[in-house]
Write a protein that binds this ligand. Structure first.
Ligand code: AMP
Ligand code: FE
Ligand code: FE
Ligand code: ZN
Length: 286
């Protein structure tokens, strides 16, 4: 079983359409893929349709999800949410709040970039983002188009878009314990995304993770491209101590990042533990 529980489509900052993501998951030999766009479920319907339309003989299970933008003590963090009821109003309202603030903040970041001499425009960012939940990676792509930086990841430095960087502007982000409760109340399973991704900025303490476990967190994403060996070992130990399952996933973003689908995968036993906790929605199979 090859299980990848974290992937983005162009419903947020990935570059594959949801249908392309499904096709690429089959091509990558995955058995299970989760669609986890930032603060939105708008790619779910297309992905579900694509799974149902897969040719006879191909086999793929889609786990509908999302990745929530959260913030605690000045530190940004991401919370993966799986198999929640997308229509549950409290959680839906919170996703909507974050998405709406992404537009205000995106415009402000573009303004900052222009003040700093980068010839990009909001219209350009809107074109790049399309209908997707707009974020810094779209602005990074605009900076690449304008020749200001060579790659998307080069835009994530203190010079430009990194957390606390010259052109970074904060958006509304949910308190993570609140987010954990919202996900659970919608029947979903919350998993802390890349908790040890130090290259993205400051990370939260073990105490914060323990507090989130007490609030209902289900698991920790341990095998992730932004974690070194020491971080993986530490997080796996912490998860065992706190009774959390651990996942591995690619955090695929299409051509916007270099990571490939299935580059990291989740143990079937952890996937079973996740399924056993979910009541808000069901995985979708061919
Ligand atoms: P936003 O949701 O607009 O705050 O942007 C966060 C997104 O930017 C993350 O989901 C990643 O896709 C991307 N990102 C964050 N840090 C980096 C980095 N150091 N290199 C490349 N992409 C990054
Ligand atoms: Fe992203
Ligand atoms: Fe993330
Ligand atoms: Zn992600």
């Amino acid at each position: 079983m090859r299980i990848d529980l974290h992937a983005h489509s162009n419903a947020s900052d990935g570059t594959d359409s949801p249908a392309e993501l499904v096709a690429n998951a089959v091509a990558a030999g995955l058995d299970v893929v989760a669609l986890t766009d930032h603060d939105t479920v708008s790619g779910h319907a297309e992905a579900v349709e694509a799974v149902h339309a897969l040719p006879e003989g191909s086999r793929l299970t889609l786990v509908p999800g999302a990745e929530l933008s959260c913030h605690i003590g000045g530190i940004s963090m991401h919370l993966l949410a799986y198999l929640f009821d997308p229509a549950e109003p409290a959680f839906a309202a919170e996703r909507e709040l974050v998405r709406t603030d992404r537009f205000r903040r995106g415009r402000a970041i573009v303004e900052r970039c222009r003040e700093l001499g980068a010839p990009i425009s909001w219209a350009q960012v809107e074109r790049i983002a399309g209908a997707g939940s707009v974020g810094r990676p779209h602005i990074a792509s605009a900076l690449v188009e304008a020749g200001v930086v060579e790659t998307v990841s080069e835009a994530f430095t203190p010079q430009w878009l990194a957390n606390g960087g010259r052109a970074d502007v904060r958006k509304h982000e949910t308190d993570p314990a609140t987010a954990v409760r919202l996900v659970r109340a919608a029947g979903g399973v919350p998993v802390f995304a890349h908790p040890g991704a130090v290259k993205r900025g400051r990370t939260v303490s073990d105490q914060v993770i323990a507090d989130l476990a007490a609030a209902g967190l289900g698991g920790l994403e341990v095998d992730h491209t932004d974690h070194d060996e020491a971080a993986r070992t530490h997080l796996a130990g912490l998860a065992a101590e706190l009774g959390l399952f651990t996942t591995g996933s690619s955090d695929y973003h299409g051509s916007r990042k270099t990571v490939r689908l299935g580059e990291h995968t989740t143990d079937p036993a952890a996937y079973e533990a996740l399924l056993a906790q979910a009541t808000g929605a069901k995985p979708v199979s061919r």
